[in-house]
Design a protein around this ligand. Structure first.
Ligand code: ATP
Length: 254
C-alpha cells in the first residue's frame, strides 16, 4: 500500500470527528471518501496532510510513519492537497500561483534570491519548465498570464489542482474538486482526474456528486459520524444497505 491509515482518531473536545478509521490506498488508484455532511471527511484529509494532529492512530506513506509531521514536510514527502474553497492568490496571475506551488521542491533561500546564485538560477529554470508542463496538463496554457480573479470558477478549480500537481506529488488529495461548479462543467474536472491517474499519480477525493464518483473511482470508503461504515467498489457501495440508510433523508446514491 502506498498510503496506510491505521485506527485514525480525532477528538474535538467532546466530539469524535474520526473514530478508528482504517483503509489503504494502492498506488495508481482513485479512491473516494464519501459520507453525509459532518461525517469527518475533511478532518481525515487534515490528519493525513498534517494540518491537524490525530488524537491517536497512524498514517504511513510507503511504509514510513508520517503521523503528526508538519504539513510542509508531508508535502515534501509527496502528498499534495486541494481545499473545498479554492485557496489561490486571486490578485496574482495563473503562472505565479503555479510557481508558488513549486516552492516545495526548491531550496533557494533569501540570500540565493538576493544574489542570484547558481542554485537560484537553476531552480528558477526548473520551476519555469515545470510550470509550463502543468499549464499544458491542466489546459490553461492560453490563460497563463491572466489574473486568477478573471478566470471562471471551473478554470480556477483546475488551477487549484495544478498548484497541487506542480509540487510533484505521489498522492493528490482533492477536497470536493467540483464544489461550486455546475453539473455540465464537471466533465472537464473528471477528465483531468483520469489524466492524473494515467500519469501514475494516486488520487484520493472527497466528493458529493455521486454520479461523478460512481463513474470515476476504483474504490469508495464511506464515513458516517466519524466511523468507516463501508468500503468497496462503486457497485458494492451503491447496493450496501448501511450506506443507503446513512444517506436516507439526505442525498441518494444514484
Ligand atoms: N476545528 C474543529 N473544531 C471543532 N470541531 C470541528 C473542527 N473541524 C471539524 N469539526 C467537527 O467535526 C465534524 C466533522 O467535520 P468535517 O468537516 O470533517 O466533516 P465533513 O465530512 O468534511 O463535512 P462536509 O461534507 O460538510 O464538508 C463536524 O461535526 C464538525 O463540526
Amino acid at each position: 500500500m502506498l498510503l496506510k491509515i491505521e485506527k485514525l482518531t480525532k477528538h474535538f473536545e467532546g466530539l469524535v470527528a474520526n473514530n478508528n478509521v482504517e483503509f489503504g490506498l494502492a498506488r495508481g488508484e482513485i479512491l473516494a471518501i464519501i459520507g453525509p455532511n459532518g461525517a469527518g471527511k475533511s478532518t481525515l484529509f487534515n490528519l493525513i496532510s498534517g494540518m491537524l494532529r490525530p488524537t491517536s492512530g497512524k498514517v504511513y506513506l510507503e511504509g514510513a510513519d508520517i503521523t503528526g509531521l508538519k504539513s510542509h514536510t508531508i508535502a515534501e514527502k509527496g502528498i499534495a492537497r486541494t481545499f473545498q474553497t479554492t485557496t489561490l492568490f486571486d490578485e496574482l496571475r495563473v503562472v505565479d500561483n503555479l510557481a508558488i506551488g513549486h516552492k516545495v521542491r526548491t531550496k533557494s533561500g533569501f540570500w540565493d534570491t538576493l544574489f542570484h546564485t547558481s542554485r537560484y538560477q537553476r531552480e528558477r529554470e526548473e520551476t519555469q519548465a515545470k510550470v509550463m508542463d502543468v499549464l499544458e496538463f491542466i489546459g490553461l496554457k492560453h490563460n497563463a498570464f491572466d489574473f486568477v480573479s478573471t478566470l471562471p470558477q471551473e478554470a480556477q478549480k483546475r488551477l487549484s489542482i495544478g498548484v497541487a500537481l506542480v509540487s510533484e506529488p505521489k498522492i493528490i488529495l482533492l477536497d470536493e474538486p467540483t464544489a461550486g461548479i455546475i453539473q455540465d462543467e464537471t466533465d472537464a474536472i473528471t477528465d483531468l482526474i483520469f489524466k492524473i491517474k494515467a500519469k501514475g499519480i494516486t488520487v484520493c477525493l472527497i466528493e458529493h456528486k455521486m454520479r461523478m464518483v460512481m463513474d470515476l473511482v476504483d474504490r469508495i470508503v464511506v464515513l458516517n459520524y466519524g466511523s468507516k461504515i463501508a468500503e468497496g467498489t462503486p457497485e458494492e457501495i451503491s447496493n450496501n444497505p448501511k450506506v443507503i440508510e446513512a444517506y436516507l433523508g439526505g442525498e441518494h446514491i444514484a
